[in-house]
Design a protein around this ligand. Sequence first.
Ligand code: PLP
Length: 404
Amino acid sequence: MTTSTTRSSAQLIAAEDTVLAHNYHPLPVVLARAEGAVVEDVEGRRYLDLLAGYSALNFGHRHPALIEAAHRQLDALTLTSRAFHNDRLAGFAEGLAELLGMDAVLPMNTGAEAVESGIKLARKWAYDVKGVPADHANIVVAENNFHGRTTTIVGFSSDPEARNGFGPFTPGFRVVPYNDLDALRDAVDEATAAVLIEPIQGEAGVLIPDDGYLAGVRELTRARNALFVADEIQSGLGRTGATLAVEHEGVRPDVVLLGKALGGGIVPVSAVVASRDVMDVLHPGEHGSTFGGNPLAAAVGGAVVELLATGEFQRRAAELGKELAAGLDRLVGRGVVRYRARGLWAGVDVDPELGTGREVTERLMAEGVLAKDTHGSTVRLAPPLTITREQLGEALDALGRVLG
Ligand SMILES: *Cc1c(COP(=O)(O)O)cnc(C)c1O
């Protein structure tokens, strides 16, 4: 047996293949160090990170303010459980609520847990406040959604890979086409607890709904007395050039689900953010999490909120997003069939003649750029919001070369 520091990338990949579950198919690169938008593999090769941990690394790798907050907290207190209070949690939750202009926070850990918590909150609200008969609440979701991997969540996925073989599933969900207000209007009824959607569908290929869709969802849910639950786990916290993607339509949901970037790329931190009256349907003992709201998570999450409160990252995403779109414009007809982009986030449909999305990401890797395909021939680009203009230019040049 050898230690990891003496093993090559190829040896580590082979060892992973032997011992790990085969539920992923990573690019053949083994990372060992990183800073900002640059990651380095075991052999010292450097790459630009154009995935940013699916937006878990919005502030780049090892942002100094976040690392400092984590270090400081490691030296003071790391875990209490919610059986006791800790001195980090209030500040984190106050800051997050203020950032979103809402008033109540339920801290969890992973994104899927925030979604599960949002589902439980909406159902409880339907029974306690709306007066839906016991066990009759429904939640309306969109086709091609991605909300996580728990059995309840994959049960309302329309992706056969995510869902097949994992039933039987939790009842109480209705799936309607995304970006279709008429379908939504038909599905929402007096037993609807909530409409749960992503303001931009990330895993589906960065699908941006038509202008007016999110405002329409808001209007409909208000008129039918159902909650609007926005899953901003990937779209939120600066990625699109705003704190939340719903802001592009000036919309305020009843419940916002956050995760990924909230943990600053250091620890898993997620949250359900809502108004006090909605959140107050949960009473002691009715929901919880051993790790949710732990002091280390709260210290890192609090530092993330402080970064976002400056507005600097949202501005960067908006400004550099224009360069990303301009760069992709130049590639349309030269390997790119079409793309969708908002802020520093793009789904790029490449000409299938040039290969699958996976093959394109393999070629990008050889050019020193790490990205991730989604379905078919779509490549998703989501660099850290801290990426420099030059680095973004390099990444776009590399994309041009592999498609040219
Ligand atoms: C990643 C993601 C989730 C699930 O988050 P995990 O931390 O992987 O459980 C849920 N919703 C959206 C929109 C996501 O992108």
